[in-house]
Write a protein that binds this ligand. Structure first.
Ligand SMILES: Cc1cc2nc3c(=O)[nH]c(=O)nc-3n(C[C@H](O)[C@H](O)[C@H](O)COP(=O)(O)OP(=O)(O)OC[C@H]3O[C@@H](n4cnc5c(N)ncnc54)[C@H](O)[C@@H]3O)c2cc1C
Length: 379
């Protein structure tokens, strides 16, 4: 058992930290106001190869593992979670291809997905369902060499940006089973009529998508004929990787909140001494530090297991459940340390508090994570 980062992992961590502090941090105010991530920033991150960390070199990746992927996600989220999330949705839609596509599809789609001028989307949620694949209404019907897709998805991240989208459809000829299809965003019949005003994660563009007779080559059925009608399996496999990123985002934000609280506690003077001297502040900081430590251990354990190819479902659900609740506690405790200054936007803690809430909701709500976390024990 080795709890140390390798030299290469340390170098990656330092590079992402430096990049995030020098290139992302100065843009945060603008992103919070404009409510999107500048395209030039996405391009810079792609040029550094950080969208391809967890992919083999033959598909255009850098041949690292999920451990490196979560290092990148953690460090980016420590500075600005919206940007990390924009990139992680590319990771989840890429996981779709890497885990389930045919070899021909991987060779055809992944190099562009990882290095090209686009960023991926993953479209499952609909107005009637965010948690139940049997309730999908978006349909796909085969017409010769093409699919014809009709319907509407809601809350789709990066939907307004160019790139590939993995769409989950109700396959009419398969008796309504779920089939996953990869399409290019912005093609004829594809529109994004609504962009959401959100509580947090303002740098992330999230939109509804309408598919009006959208035609996609039949060869873009994820996994080919063998995986047709097995969209639920694809959904579960891909969201496990999505969840890993959410856990890394939770750890990165929790680390940031802890650092802000520690610095403030040492500097803020009350009754003639730094508030760090008060036992109440010490116990808040102690609890935060324990949450951060436990979250990070769970994150890297699960990322390591993912890299080794182990079955992830229960571990990913448990890690996601704990880290998302932990970052909520940490951000809340940090606000107590900063008092009134936490409630105004002079410090980024109120943003972290708002952004952190999403980790309990997206990629499957925590109520469902609790159920998955228990299944292997109760079988
Ligand atoms: C900022 C943002 C970005 C998003 N990005 C994407 C994206 O890129 N792609 C995408 O497909 N979706 C995306 N989503 C959607 C998100 O993943 C769903 O909103 C989420 O899965 C919850 O779905 P829902 O809101 O329909 O909740 P519902 O399924 O309606 O659930 C509502 C509540 O009911 C309870 N509940 C539901 N089902 C169960 C159950 N089986 N057991 C126990 N309790 C249950 C839970 O308490 C849950 O919180 C995004 C959402 C947000 C806010």
């Amino acid at each position: 058992m080795d709890f140390n980062y390798t030299q290469e992992q340390l170098m990656l961590r330092d590079s992402v930290r430096k990049f995030s502090e020098n290139e992302i941090a100065p843009l945060v105010k603008r992103m919070e106001t404009e409510k999107r991530t500048p395209w030039e920033l996405v391009q810079k991150i792609k040029a550094l190869g950080w969208c391809g960390l967890q992919y083999p070199e033959k598909y255009g990746g850098t041949g690292n593992t999920y451990v490196e992927y979560v290092i990148m996600q953690e460090e980016m989220s420590r500075v600005y979670c919206s940007t990390a999330c924009c990139i992680s949705v590319n990771g989840m839609s890429g996981a779709n291809i890497l885990k389930f596509a045919t070899e021909e599809q991987k060779m055809r789609l992944l190099p562009e997905h990882l290095n090209g001028d686009g960023i991926g989307s993953f479209a499952f949620t609909e107005a009637a369902t965010g948690s139940d694949p049997n309730a999908l209404r978006t349909t796909c019907v085969r017409d010769g060499d093409e699919w014809v897709i009709n319907g509407e998805k809601v809350f789709i991240t990066n939907a307004t940006l160019p790139g590939f989208m993995a769409v989950f459809c109700k396959d009419v000829e398969m008796g309504g089973k779920c089939t996953n299809i990869i399409l290019r965003k912005g093609i004829e019949g594809y529109s994004t009529p609504r962009i959401y005003e959100k509580m947090g994660m303002h740098g992330l563009e999230v939109a509804d998508v309408v598919f009006d007779n959208v035609r996609v080559p039949y060869e873009n059925t994820t996994g080919g004929e063998a995986m047709r009608g097995k969209g639920f399996q694809i959904l579960l496999g891909s969201t496990q990787i999505g969840k890993l990123a959410v856990c890394a985002q939770a750890v990165g934000m929790a680390q940031a909140a802890l650092e802000i609280a520690v610095k403030y506690a040492k500097e803020r003077v009350q009754r003639g001494k730094p508030i760090a001297n008060f036992p109440t502040i010490q116990s808040l900081i102690g609890e935060m530090a324990a949450d951060v430590m436990a979250s990070r251990q769970m994150l890297y354990y699960t990322a390591f297991r993912a890299s080794e190819g182990h079955e992830l479902a229960a571990d990913a659900a448990r890690t996601r459940l704990f880290t998302s609740q932990a970052v909520h506690r940490v951000a809340s405790n940090a606000m107590q340390v900063l008092g009134a200054y936490s409630y105004v936007n002079e410090f980024p803690i109120e943003r972290i508090f708002r952004d952190a809430k999403l980790t309990e909701i997206y990629e499957g709500v925590n109520e469902i994570q609790r159920l998955i976390a228990a299944t292997d024990l109760l079988r």
